[in-house]
Design a protein around this ligand. Structure first.
Ligand SMILES: C[S@@+](CC[C@H](N)C(=O)[O-])C[C@H]1O[C@@H](n2cnc3c(N)ncnc32)[C@H](O)[C@@H]1O
Length: 277
C-alpha cells in the first residue's frame, strides 16, 4: 500500500489523464456546481459581474443578427448560455458534466428559455447543425493536451459555417511564471471538496516543459485512494496564434480577456477571436 502511494506521488508523463471520474463523480460534481453558481467565486465559472460584462461585450463583437446560431462548448451549468439566449442568439450548449447539464436544463425550463443542451464529450461531438459562432470560455482550451486541442479545433471548425467565428480564452505566460512548484497536504476530518467524509489530500504542483503545469492531487479516504491530474498549458500571443492558424482559422483580434480588455502582454489571460477559413 505505502509503495503504491509513493509510486502514485511521482511526477507522471505530461498530459496523463485521470482514470477515475472527476466531472461526473457524485460528490465532486456537486462541489463543482456549487463553485460554478457562486457569483463571488471564480474557481469554476468567472464571477457574475465579469460574466455580465463579458456577454455585453460579446454581443457587440459578434452580433446575433449576423451570427445567430451559437454553440457554447463546455457550457457548464449554462450561466453564459442563458444570457446569450436572452440577448437574441439561438443557443446550443454542450458539456460532459451530467450534473451541470441537468441543472442547466432545469434552470432554462424554470425561466422559460429555449436552449438546447447536450450531455456529451465535446471531443467526440458530431452534430447535424452548423453554427455561426462558437464560444469556449474560461480557459478550458489550455486544460487539454496538445492532441486534444487539435481535436477540439477541428471539431469546432467542422461545426462552424464558413466565415463563422470562434471566441476562446487561455492562461498566459504571466500566469505560468507566477505558478509556484510546491507540495502540500491537507487533512479534512469532516470531508471537503474531494470527498464527503474524512480524507487526506496530498498535492503536488509541478511545472513541465513547453509551458505546462500539473496540479496532482492524491486523495486518501477510509475506503480508497484516488489520484487526479489537472493540466494547464499556457500561451503567448504568438504560440496561440500559430497553433490556431495551423488548424484552419484566421485570427481576427486578440484581447486580454473575454470582456474585451485590450491586449496587454502582462495580462494573465489572452482571448482570441477567430474566423473559420
Ligand atoms: C472551466 S469550466 C467553464 C464553464 C463555462 N464555460 C463557464 O465559463 O461558466 C469547463 C467546463 O468544460 C466542461 N468540459 C471539460 N472537458 C469537457 C469535454 N471533453 N466535453 C464536454 N465538456 C467538457 C466541464 O464539465 C466544465 O463544465
Amino acid at each position: 500500500m505505502n509503495s503504491n502511494i509513493i509510486k502514485a506521488l511521482g511526477k507522471p508523463p505530461v498530459y496523463t489523464k485521470t482514470t477515475g471520474e472527476f466531472w461526473n463523480d457524485e460528490h465532486i460534481s456537486k462541489q463543482m456546481l456549487k463553485a460554478h453558481l457562486n457569483p463571488e467565486f471564480d474557481g469554476a465559472s468567472r464571477r457574475l459581474d465579469f460574466i455580465e460584462k463579458s456577454v455585453a461585450w460579446i454581443k457587440e463583437l459578434v452580433p446575433h443578427l449576423q451570427y445567430s446560431n451559437l454553440l457554447d462548448v463546455g457550457c457548464g451549468p449554462g450561466i453564459y448560455a442563458e444570457k446569450f439566449v436572452q440577448m437574441g442568439y439561438h443557443v446550443t450548449g454542450i458539456d460532459f458534466s451530467k450534473r451541470s447539464i441537468d441543472y442547466a436544463r432545469q434552470s432554462a425550463i424554470s425561466k422559460g428559455l429555449e436552449i438546447s443542451y447536450l450531455y456529451q464529450d465535446y471531443l467526440e461531438m458530431d452534430l447535424k447543425e452548423k453554427f455561426d459562432f462558437a464560444t469556449m470560455i474560461y480557459c478550458d482550451y489550455g486544460a487539454l493536451s496538445t492532441k486534444d486541442r487539435q481535436v477540439i479545433l477541428s471539431k469546432i471548425h467542422h461545426h462552424l459555417k464558413p466565415g463563422g467565428k470562434l471566441l476562446l480564452d487561455v492562461f498566459s505566460m504571466i500566469k505560468f511564471e507566477h505558478f509556484q512548484e510546491r507540495q502540500t497536504w491537507e487533512i479534512c476530518n469532516d470531508g471537503g471538496f474531494w470527498r464527503e467524509d474524512e480524507y487526506v489530500a496530498l498535492s503536488g504542483y509541478y511545472k513541465y516543459l513547453d509551458n505546462v503545469t500539473l496540479d496532482q492531487i492524491l486523495v486518501i479516504s477510509k475506503y480508497e485512494t484516488a489520484i487526479y491530474y489537472i493540466w494547464n498549458t499556457y500561451f503567448t500571443k504568438e504560440t496561440l496564434t500559430n497553433e490556431v492558424q495551423n488548424m484552419g482559422f484566421k485570427v481576427c483580434e486578440v484581447f486580454s480577456d473575454v470582456a474585451g480588455d485590450v491586449y496587454r502582454p502582462e495580462s494573465e489571460t489572452i482571448a482570441i477571436l477567430l474566423e473559420r477559413k
